[in-house]
Design a protein around this ligand. Sequence first.
Ligand code: FAD
Length: 320
Amino acid sequence: MGSSTHSTLVLVEHDNRSVGIDTLRTLRAALDLQCDGTPLDVTAMVIGFQCQPVVEALNKISAVKNILLIDTECCQQVLAENYAELIASAAKDFSHVLAPATTFGKNVMPRVAALLGVGQLSDVSEIESLDVVVRPIYAGNALARVKSNDSIKVMTIRSASFDAVEIGEECSLEVIRLDQEIASTSSTFISQEKVESERPELPAARVVISGGRGLGSKVNFALVEQLADKLGAAIGASRAAVDAGFVSNDLQVGQTGKIVAPELYIAVGISGAIQHLAGIKDSKVIVAINSDPEAPIFQIADYGLVGDLFDIMPEFIRSV
Ligand code: FAD
């Protein structure tokens, strides 16, 4: 385990089977925490139930020094209140505690910071030194350089800003098992409804096609789905499309939705409000389809198609 001056704890997001892509990127960010040019030791913390496959996956990541494992039936479901107690108790031995800035990390880490009595560095997009980081503010319109004087730096990492660590050969890491009881009684798991999809997950997808209010209805949103199926793409949506009920809110892209950084992002009938752009800025190539040539999305798009999406999309789908 680490010492309180120079070591990093990374909270692993997983489904008891595999390590989430955002964690692989957070592990990469952790390597930027360096002392005299050498990355701090990284301990991966896995909390779950029957999550041996996750440990095996981490075993192939050379960026990880060792693994802290809490494998108990009570941790089968993520309850932030319980997880936070467990992480805060382990975190006391580390100088930096990182988690991806996903719904999971955003739920758990502020509680961890509060239990430790320190501030949180949220949505970190660059690590400059052991105590200085960069993070977007005002929906990504400005970047703040922030110095933390806290003894333990608790951070959530904007994973779109970092590449994933490589998965290599088996390296048999030391696994430290912790037998801890869950202290919190303030929440109980009741049930979970999960949308199962054959399509790629938004944060991991190479191609994302998002639809906006311009599609007009849930039925018309099928145009986005058809193109996504042809391109093997993930589907996203603007908040207006989510609010109108075209798709479920786990597909929302933007400041208050998911942050994506695919190789290709196609925005269909989306105006390009700053809150939407905040979630797509790191995409390599952005294509916009919009009938309004003045739509702000065209200021950020690499390719713009000005025209009626109901003419363009069927042609696009046919031609792929
Ligand atoms: P609109 O702005 O209504 O744009 C629709 C576009 O479709 C227009 O540009 C129009 O020209 C085009 N169009 C219409 N018909 C056609 C056609 N037939 N062919 C081609 N083009 C057509 N939004 C997000 O997306 N994600 C967020 O995370 C998010 N977070 C927010 C957080 C806060 C605190 C606030 C205040 C807002 C947030 N929003 C977010 C909302 C955001 O401000 C916008 O309201 C929203 O992004 C607009 O969605 P839209 O582009 O689909 O709709």
